[in-house]
Design a protein around this ligand. Sequence first.
Ligand code: GUN
Ligand code: FE
Length: 492
Amino acid sequence: MSPQRKLLLLGTFVHSKTQQTLDIFHSAGIAVDARGKIAAIERDAPDLGEAKARLLTKLGWDEAEVDVTQAADGQFFFPGFIDTHIHAPQYANAGIFGKSSLLDWLETYTFPLEASLADLAKARRVYARCIRRTLSHGTTTATYFATLDVAATNLLADLCLSMGQRAFVGRVCMDRAETSPAYYRDASAEASLEATRRTIEHVRRIDPGFDVVSPILTPRFAPSCTREVMAGLARIHRETGLPIQTHVSENAGEIQLVARLFPEASSYTDVYRRLGLLTPRTVLAHAVHLSEDEADAIAGQGAKVSHCPCSNTSLTSGAARVRWMWDKGIDVGLGTDVSGGYSPSILEAARQAAMVSRHVAMNIQIPPDDDAAAAEEKTKEKERVKLTVEEVLYLATRGGAKCVGLEDKVGAFEVGMEWDAQLVALSNVNDDGELPDDAAAANDDDGGDDDGFVDVFGWESWGDRVAKWLYNGDDRNTKKVWVKGRLVHRRR
Ligand code: GUN
Ligand code: FE
């Protein structure tokens, strides 16, 4: 890779300050050094020219050595999204789930597809498309489940590195005979652990510092795994400090299956706790039906949760309670869970998180025989559980970064963090009331600028605009995407 040029980004910047608040700053500039790190931030300059001059002076940089990107009116820079749970092989099935729910979906759609990607040419086609498409939606960090096949998993790591997406890549472990089909199963716990080590070694060779791509230990979910394999992965975690990802408490049938397979455990979460997999570096996807005790155990161990609202609705798994998990002190991020979830977009996951929280609110019943105090309490709680625009965008960025242990590196704009970001464009509709001569072609090459969903009357605050982006936006609004200062996607 050729050495990177320094960057100056000028314009409006939006990022999460806290879980509840966005920091929106204008007439500003961010300087990014040749290693992709934010070297300086200049806020509230009289104009962009001055912001640029101040940054160059402060850093002693020459204008000739920097590439300048200026956000136009109505555009803003936003941190790249973090997808804390996505199955790269399942990208080929995004949208195909019919009326299935988790266990029959796995058997009908998912295991056959994943097994077929042992064909490396097929794997390359699916993985390259998955990375390209998620990048185009602004996903700068993805936490991937791959498949059982080591060569295909290693190829996914190669492609993330060459296409420039920050990623955690997990070789999936499933060695339990009662629950895994003969055509898609590890021969033994030892074979599963050995295959995991081969992927770790491969990633160490291509990215020795795990700087952009890191391995992640990946027991598929308790039902697919023997105690031996899970204990072995926990051992590798203790030796290497590598992160862990799995699924927990997604679906009622799955929870019953776990109770049957692990009678010694007091709950689904307890299976992982007993085997040493509940750690501060563990990302648990779903967590829809946790008991109080399970949530307390997760919080107590500092394990994280990937909330996957699109998947949970698609597979009718249930409605996870983000406010309740936050109250417990659990760190939560967002996952698309492609293809349990049909959309590769974290913006979509964020708005679905907002919608699911409203379903959680609507499910708080206030029976007519409640006394006034009880009714008032529940009315307040209904309001409180709803997630705001600011909160779901926090989940999509800083929250996700914390889940995957990257909170000091990505998810926000601060000096010392890396430039993982997207340039978002919102613009006014052409309001002359006429279709252009060739409307179809015009829509083709303006890449969505004609959407016109923002500020038709010129009275919207920046908060309003961001809300409209969340609820109406898509990849057409994502004009440029950078990872570690490298431009990895551009929409013409
Ligand atoms: N549980 C075990 N495997 C999977 C999977 O691939 N997707 C989802 N959503 N849940 C799972
Ligand atoms: Fe999943």
